[in-house]
Design a protein around this ligand. Sequence first.
Ligand SMILES: Cc1cc2nc3c(=O)[nH]c(=O)nc-3n(C[C@H](O)[C@H](O)[C@H](O)COP(=O)(O)OP(=O)(O)OC[C@H]3O[C@@H](n4cnc5c(N)ncnc54)[C@H](O)[C@@H]3O)c2cc1C
Length: 359
Amino acid sequence: MSADVVIVGGGIAGCATAYYLGQHGLQALIVERDGIGAHASGLAYGGVNPLSGAGIPGPMHPLAQKAFALHATLGRELDVGYRRRATVQVAFTAEETQELATQVRWMNTQAGFQAQLLRAEQVRDIDARLSPDIVAALVLQGTAEVDAALLTQALATASGAQIRKAEATGLVRDGDRVCGVRAGGETIACAFVVLAQGPWLGDVRLLGKRIDVAPLKGEILRLKASGAPVEQSIGWAGNYLTTKPDGLLWAGTTEQEAGFDAVPSAAAKRTILHRVRRMLPGLSGLEVQRHTACLRPMAADGLALLGAAANAANVYVAAGGGRKGILYAPAMGEIIASLMVGGETDIDIAPYALGRFGW
Ligand SMILES: Cc1cc2nc3c(=O)[nH]c(=O)nc-3n(C[C@H](O)[C@H](O)[C@H](O)COP(=O)(O)OP(=O)(O)OC[C@H]3O[C@@H](n4cnc5c(N)ncnc54)[C@H](O)[C@@H]3O)c2cc1C
């Protein structure tokens, strides 16, 4: 078995890399243990907002901007549920309102977006079911959402990559290069390797050295609700909800350091339902249809892990998407493909280099 490039991991980072390699005429083979999009990439909420989150504004912003533009193109090229969806952040206290006011000022400096801070008496114009305790709301126009599972699968299919359902257990070295990947009892010969194992990137069997990535568990409820759909993505303190094209209200999420445990928990279900009712007490007929849990790949400093591995000349890493890995994936994939083919990228990826962890 052989391929130009072996990609370890069939989450969105690996599949996006395969897609952009395919555009450069390189044939990829994805080694995936559990199925394309079987983990966070197939279960995420799918919000695509480049103007908030860890490192934004800051070192993650250039990657977020690039990724956001690529999502719009992918939305035209692939049928992946891409749609523009306004993002609303609500505030229950004066302190939270102050924080939103700071964000509005910065957001309005960004081309293509429009942010507005609504006062208490205007908030229920957004949705009459919002809590009367909300004192302000930031409405951001210009953000988007995708169906993360559909997008991951579509990228894999459109890439033309071969898929090998197996666990990668080691790399075969030839001097300072890697010439093959051991998976499912055989060796797949290749010219390049991309490690895109999400939270499992820390597996020392592949690179021989630990990378500081850890899983951060998050849970989502898909709810049946009576009444009109929720037309925006409404959030507060890390929680958010919206009505998806499947007609269900998706609500999340929790954050828990629980190792590789990805089993939905009764405690998370209670927490999410409590927060949904806190934001929109006017929602009625709530019934849980599906409850999922999955793991975000978090680098110790919250930034992406992107670029060449230091101890092997032809190995690249695309991981560390954290809370925003669906947003970042197209940019990660495009950057890895450009590095492999031409040795350069159009944005500075130094902040994401593995060297910061002593690599
Ligand atoms: C509850 C929740 C909600 C989220 N919502 C959003 C959102 O709205 N917007 C957003 O941008 N992001 C969101 N995220 C984050 C996003 O889902 C992740 O950052 C992203 O899916 C990570 O993609 P990945 O490809 O790096 O990892 P994964 O999806 O974890 O894929 C890694 C794959 O590698 C495979 N693998 C690992 N090791 C091996 C091996 N040795 N051999 C073979 N296969 C292997 C695994 O089986 C897995 O399929 C959310 C995350 C959570 C948990």
